[in-house]
Write a protein that binds this ligand. Sequence first.
Ligand SMILES: [Zn+2]
Length: 318
Amino acid sequence: MECTDYDAAMPTLLVTHRDCIAHEPGHGHPEAPGRLSAVLDIFKEREFAGLIRLEAPMGRETDIALVHEPSFAGAVMAAVPVTGHAALDADTILSPGSGAAALRAVGAVTAAVDAVIAGTARNGFCAVRPPGHHAEPTHAMGFCLFNSIAIAARHAQTAHGLKRVAIVDFDVHHGNGTQTVVESDPSLFFASSHQYPLYPGTGAAGETGLGNVVNAPLAAGSDGKIFRRAFETRILPALDEFAPELVLVSAGFDAHRADPLAGLELEEADFAWVTTRLMEAAQRHSGGKLVSVLEGGYDLRALAGSAAAHVSALMGKA
Ligand SMILES: [Zn+2]
């Protein structure tokens, strides 16, 4: 393993906020509040006592406007109902708590970027919801309101002057919104492994942006061996070529074999493996600077176990 120079004195940050539990898309919706509760319960375990814990601040509308149309944040907030639910599309549903949850998700990722760049943490995981990677500059989509990971990339560039920021997405669904932001900007890099075809329908191998987008579509039934090969042969070499100053990770755990929304066959150990490979890449190019954000994952037990494997790896325990 190449992480032998891992600096145990540099801690891992966990950023979350209880407001992210108050987003309730409705009874029977898979993106349920219990997802985050399950993840946060795991981090009460003794092995995670070494995490630095930070309450997510509210995300700034100026940061959201780095990715989304200027009027978008206000429009989403105006659509948040006082009672009951409001639908932005067939599966993107707002409840009274959704606005604060989405703003905390953005604030979590930008705060984690600030901390990692300042050097107060080596890396960080943002345990937040709603997820973000389907959100397009012009519209919410697929459970996602604001594209937190793309906002974090832009924040790293505008607030900290970074020139090259990479986003790697191993959620089982393609991060279409993130790709939209990256594909015309050579200062950004986006790589995604995902089941294909599957929602949202994008992410074919031929979608390469300016050469800064790598899509690794995986057939239904693909297991950890195939997933690892896609990273070893395609994603990791391209990431090294790009030489990012910061690695951002869209960490969805719905490629787990137990997940009800998709058909890949990954296990907890595969998430630990990919996390360690991404940390090694970050170590080669950015002093280890890496910030990860929770995207999907809909089997509560698999989600909690996979998030635990991911964060254990970030802490250097894998
Ligand atoms: Zn997903």
